[in-house]
Design a binder for this molecule. Structure first.
Ligand code: PLP
Length: 401
């Protein structure tokens, strides 16, 4: 199924739509993102480490800032997984966010979920506010607050689901319907779910953005971001931002990410199964105040999560009954969970939001939103579940004495 790419994006688009109609997710993940075999018969694509291309080449490339065969392969495969006509790749998730937000203009309003990713908040607040962008934060997990979309008719509604680190679930279809009436565009940061578990465009959103650094690449060996859409106008803006702002990845990173996404389905199945079992087990342990995971019946939006996602993903949070010092000691005691930021890789990680990702948030605000000193976020890898459980068990036994 290795196909040769042609110069014409429209042609690529039709090809991928045809292929999509007759193959499943895992087949698409493996077979898209090949091509460029040339005359060699190579089963996997080479890495096109070139800054420029000879003018007039049949595939229409000119300079790597505005396109490279490895970008096209990655864009084609992620578009197929998201069920999108188009996708555009960037150097990181933050570059992808920059591409979208820089397409807006001074005076435009973004209505954002209040629990957005920290770097998204920082970009809005410290960079784009200077250029006159307005951002209003509301709790979009409460349908009563969707009224704000009707009232303000924002240019863009920005949401994540599940959110970081609290794993709130936001109703993408419900919000997309309200936004469509208000004439607002909806962007979903789909990083925590990945297109294997949740496809925002099918639920009515206009754009699905991912930090491919996390699940899509899945091996914690490079950064990347991507924006998928069915709207030609938004696609054009993304292509423009990629070259005009210099937000393109390296061909090598695009190649790594294309390789990583081939196993997305298999990895997600293991991430989800491990996380669900660990969360269930931890929920009833002494020393644990509460556990939150989208596919645990105790999750406040369990029903919505079941409707919107295929499984609960690989991340859960647990609040230990202790202060910061002991929570960090617990993390250091773990052998298989590395204390580190990031998530979505094959290896298990643990993060202490109060001193790491959310350290800059004042303690009272942290407590108010539910980020206590004993709160830990686990990114469960694809190791053997029994080993992970034993690791947590030993550290917990030490903590509770
Ligand atoms: C990591 C992350 C980002 C930023 O992506 P980078 O690749 O680190 O730039 C954006 N959104 C979410 C939800 C993330 O987890």
């Amino acid at each position: 199924m290795a196909h040769n790419f042609t110069r014409n994006r429209k042609h690529n688009e039709n090809n991928s739509m045809k292929r999509e109609a007759d193959s499943g997710f895992s087949t698409r993940a493996v077979h898209e993102g090949r091509g460029f075999a040339g005359t060699t018969g190579a089963v996997m694509p080479p890495i096109f480490m070139t800054s420029t291309f000879q003018t007039g080449n049949a595939d229409g490339f000119d300079y790597t800032r505005s396109g490279n065969p490895n970008f096209r392969l990655l864009e084609g495969s992620v578009a197929a997984l998201e069920g999108a006509r188009f996708a555009t790749c960037f150097a990181s998730g933050v570059s992808a966010i920059t591409a979208v937000v820089s397409s807006l203009k001074s005076g435009d309003l973004v209505l954002a979920e209040e629990n957005v990713y920290g770097c998204t908040y920082r970009l809005f607040d410290k960079v784009f506010a200077k250029f006159g962008l307005k951002v209003l934060y509301v709790d979009l997990s409460q349908p009563a607050n969707w009224e704000e979309i009707r009232r303000h008719r924002p240019t863009l509604v920005w949401l994540e689901s599940p959110t970081n680190p609290l794993l709130k679930i936001v109703d993408i279809a419900g919000i997309s319907a309200v936004a469509a009436e208000a004439g607002s565009t909806v962007l979903v940061d789909n990083t925590f779910a990945s297109p294997y578990l949740q496809r925002p465009l099918e639920l009515g959103a206009t754009m699905s953005l991912s930090s491919t650094t996390k699940y899509i690449n899945g091996h914690s060996d490079c950064l990347g971001g991507i924006v998928a859409t069915n709207e030609p106008a938004w696609h054009e803006r993304m292509v423009f931002a990629q070259k005009a702002l210099g937000l393109q990845p390296s061909p090598f990173d695009a190649w790594l990410t294309t390789r990583g996404q081939r196993t997305l389905a298999l990895r997600m199945e293991r991430h989800c199964a491990n996380a669900l079992q660990l969360a269930q087990w931890l929920e009833n342990r002494r020393g644990v105040r509460h556990v939150r995971y989208p596919f645990l019946p105790s999750h406040p939006q369990y029903e919505l999560a079941r409707r919107q996602m295929k499984a609960g993903s690989g991340i859960f949070i647990a609040e230990l009954d202790c202060a910061t010092e002991q929570a960090l000691a617990f993390c250091r005691r773990l052998r298989l969970f590395t204390l580190a930021e990031s998530l979505g890789g094959v290896e298990s990680l643990v993060c202490h939001p109060a001193t790491m990702t959310h350290a800059s948030v004042p303690p009272e605000v942290r407590r108010q939103v539910g980020i206590g000193d004993g709160l830990l976020r686990f990114s469960v890898g694809i190791e053997d579940m029994e080993d992970l459980r034993r690791d947590l068990d030993e550290a917990l036994n030490e903590l509770i004495g």
